[in-house]
Ligand binder design. Structure first.
Ligand code: NAD
Length: 352
């Protein structure tokens, strides 16, 4: 067996239908009594309803969370937090809202409770991506990791099918890359395969019926496991390419992951077929890359970068950017093959 180092992130995870009803007790458990509830404008009604239910435990709501966690919004939220004399944060939503909660906690060490409503997995990572003057940077710190996470599948019934699909594939991407991480370990790999299996089973069922409680629960369970992988082992080509493309061309996060995943995995699989064989097996395919392509196509995922507004010329820029900032990947970055990968993803062609 390989030598390994295992470090787990400690979070209190409460999973199950109607577990949102435990939020008040969880706030008190952290020794807090005045929560600032965060959401995006889109989830404002839910955030306000939650504040009403919490009664005196809610100090107020801040509903201006937005993509890429701009520092200006964080500073605005901190001034609201201070003015309301809040003593903890409740982030109700997906990665954008959780990002805001993390950005606040990074600056004032506020305890964070997260009610996760997408499959992005940010709630179980000590990682924060934030934007200042148009530049997105990533930081890692213990204060960024939320203390308590509530996963209530019933709160995901309204996550639109298209977003459920792309967010689910975003989660799978964390786990697939975790399997060949330089710092992989047996626990992370077991969790990764369990997470991929859960999402593989859940997503087609959600597409068939978004109110399927068992499928929603399975997807949330899978996304927790996949998020935990992102939080504990290093990511490679897939995440770096999504970061570069997403940041440079302002592409939607989950869609970019969904489109690139089969291609980046097919590229890397050539170097580590044995590590990805269990993924192919879960997908019922001969190979992981093509298996992911067929799976994504079957559940109606977006398949073409061109549909996100990326132009053919952008691909040259993207390939150059990927090559100018090389990073570790099991298969080293080869300029022509990376350009070819992007071309296939742009056209939506099946990887070979
Ligand atoms: P999101 O949080 O931007 O949500 C997208 C939209 O869906 C929002 O309008 C949101 O309010 C809405 N929404 C969320 N849950 C819903 C529900 N159940 N029903 C109806 N609408 C709902 O999307 P995301 O993909 O979860 O997060 C993307 C962001 O998270 C990116 O900025 C990404 O960089 C970040 N992220 C960070 C990490 C990390 O570890 N730091 C991990 C994953 C993603």
């Amino acid at each position: 067996m390989r030598e390994f180092l295992y470090i787990g992130n400690t979070a209190r995870v409460i999973f199950g239908c109607r577990t949102i009803s435990k939020l008040a007790d969880e706030i008190r458990r952290l020794g807090a009594s005045r929560a600032l509830i965060l959401s995006t404008p889109f989830q404002r009604n839910d955030a306000e309803a939650l504040a009403q239910k919490l009664g005196a435990l809610a100090a107020g709501v801040f509903t201006r969370a937005t993509m890429h966690t701009p520092v200006e919004v964080t500073m605005e939220a901190i001034s609201v937090y201070d003015k309301l004399e809040a003593d903890c944060i409740v982030s109700f939503g997906g990665g954008s809202t959780i990002g805001l909660g993390k950005a606040i906690a990074y600056r004032n060490d506020a305890p964070q409770l997260v009610v996760a409503t997408t499959y992005a997995g940010s709630e179980v990572t000590p990682i924060l991506g934030q934007t200042e003057n148009g530049i997105k940077t990533t930081v890692r710190a213990p204060s960024i990791l939320p203390e308590t996470v509530i996963y209530d599948p019933e709160l995901t019934y309204n996550l639109p099918i298209a977003m459920s699909v792309t967010s689910g594939l975003n989660a799978m991407a964390h786990a697939v890359e975790g399997l060949y991480a330089q710092d992989r370990n047996p626990i992370a790999s077991i969790m990764a395969l369990e997470g991929i299996g859960a999402l593989h089973k859940a997503l087609p069922a959600i597409v068939a019926n978004p109110q399927d409680t068992a499928a929603r629960a399975h997807a949330l369970y899978g996304s927790w496991l996949c998020g935990a992988i992102l939080g504990t082992v290093g990511m490679a080509l897939h995440h770096k390419l999504c970061h570069t493309l997403g940041g440079s061309f302002d592409l939607p996060h989950a869609e970019t992951h969904a489109i690139l995943l089969p291609h980046t995995i097919a590229y890397t699989e050539a170097a580590v077929p044995d590590l990805l064989a269990p993924v192919a097996e879960i997908l019922g395919a001969r190979r992981a890359g093509t298996g992911l392509y067929d799976f994504a196509l079957g559940i109606g995922a977006p398949m073409r970068l061109r549909d996100l507004g990326v132009t053919a010329q952008d691909l040259d820029t993207a390939a150059e950017m990927a090559m100018s900032n090389p990073y570790w990947n099991p298969r080293p970055l080869e300029p022509a093959a990376i350009r070819d990968l992007l071309q296939k993803a742009w056209k939506g062609e099946r990887p070979s």
